[in-house]
Write a protein that binds this ligand. Structure first.
Ligand SMILES: [Zn+2]
Length: 377
């Protein structure tokens, strides 16, 4: 939601117009280009146009540009489609203000309170950023689409991970998005002189954290699945001096799985292990659950349809979950959904050297087109 971002949106809208689509930008900054009847339920093809700072050129934008290409192919070949098709370039998927503004606005997952209070890490209010771009919170709420106006939602995206490349597959048929929980954990012991406190008379919070880190693979072996992930992504030791025993360790735990009951098992196990480690090191343990997002599953009919089309094209593929969130996750309860991945070279994303081979881009777009045409019949 910046001036440059708006320039890119205007550019995209012009491309929609050039293709003869009916275009508009909604109150959340989503740019929409529609082929066909304005009132009938449409197949939506969406992904995001925003990027992280110093991000790559495929993340998000691929899905929007590929959607436009599908429309061009339909037009050039005079293919009859029985329903309208709408391409949507969403806004703020990367979560500068938390959440995914554009997709949440379209799916009706926003509140006025949140819109008025959301700020970016530098403290800029979302409502101010919207106003600088000629938008406002009330119009953002009005961007909601009625579920009855949607026939399906499809997204093509880069994998942003190494699995497809390492497995030598060119298409990922994604069956769902992992659920995620995030904890803020505090282990509290006693800050002390690193020279005078004997090793057996310490309450060293970092030692507790280190012990826990070593238990993660066992927790996953015993309670998790091959889709489980547990990550300690941020650590803060207090007081944080080289010559002082850390009296407190504050850290995050982010856990993921495709099944919610597995997420509960992982969370329970983390809690038990942390309590017993805290006892061993004479620490006090507390945690706060910052968020719990349930796993999202795409429609089996659409997933099967994508798989059939990939097979018919004779492309190599695998079924896989997505460990990252995407715009489409807000539509799973509203309309049939399907997500297609193509490989990321070296698994790199959110970096300037993010890349996908043009051959894979073409294949991904072909799968998107064929799936779209099947759904439109
Ligand atoms: Zn993305």
């Amino acid at each position: 939601m910046t001036e440059i971002d708006m320039e890119a949106r205007q550019w995209m809208m012009q491309k929609f117009k050039d293709a003869g689509l009916t275009t508009h930008m909604d109150g959340a900054g989503n740019v929409c280009g529609r082929l066909g009847d304005p009132d009938k339920p449409a197949i939506l093809i969406g992904s995001h146009l925003d990027s992280v700072p110093a991000g790559g050129m495929f993340d998000g934008t691929l899905g929007v540009v590929a959607g436009l290409e599908c429309i061009r192919v339909i037009q050039e070949n005079n293919i009859d489609v029985n329903c309208p098709i709408e391409i949507i370039g969403t806004s703020e998927e990367e979560g500068r203000f938390g959440g995914m503004l554009g997709a949440q606005a379209l799916s009706g997952n926003l509140t006025l309170e949140w819109l008025e209070s959301a700020r970016d890490p530098k403290g800029e209010y979302l409502k101010d950023a919207l106003e600088k771009c000629g938008l406002n919170v009330h119009d953002t709420l009005r961007a909601r689409r009625d579920p009855s106006s949607m026939k399906a939602f499809l997204e093509l995206h880069i994998e942003q991970g190494p699995v497809l490349e390492n497995s030598n597959k060119c298409i990922g048929v994604v069956d769902g998005i992992s659920g995620v929980f995030k904890w803020l954990v505090k282990l509290k012991g006693k800050a002390d002189h690193a020279g005078t406190a004997p090793m057996d008379m310490r309450s060293d919070a970092f030692m507790g954290l280190a012990d826990f880190a070593h238990e993660i693979s066992r927790i996953i072996d015993e309670e998790g699945t091959d889709k489980s992930r547990i990550t300690i992504g941020r650590v803060d030791l207090k007081p944080g001096y080289a010559h002082t025993i850390p009296g407190e360790a504050h850290f995050t735990i982010v856990g993921r799985d495709m099944q919610e009951d597995v997420m509960h098992q992982l969370a329970n196990s983390c809690r038990k292990v942390l309590s017993s480690i805290a006892r061993k090191h004479k620490l006090y343990f507390e945690y706060e659950q910052m968020s719990w997002l349930e796993p999202k599953h795409f429609s089996p009919e659409v997933v099967d349809l994508i798989e059939e089309e990939v097979k018919a094209l004779d492309y190599s593929y695998m079924k896989m979950p997505s460990g990252a969130g995407h715009d489409i996750q807000f539509f799973t309860d509203l309309t049939p959904t399907g997500l297609i991945f193509i490989p990321s070279v070296g698994g790199v994303s959110h970096a300037p050297d993010e890349w996908s081979h043009w051959d894979d881009v073409e294949k991904g777009t072909q799968v998107l087109l064929n799936t779209l045409l099947r759904l439109a019949q």
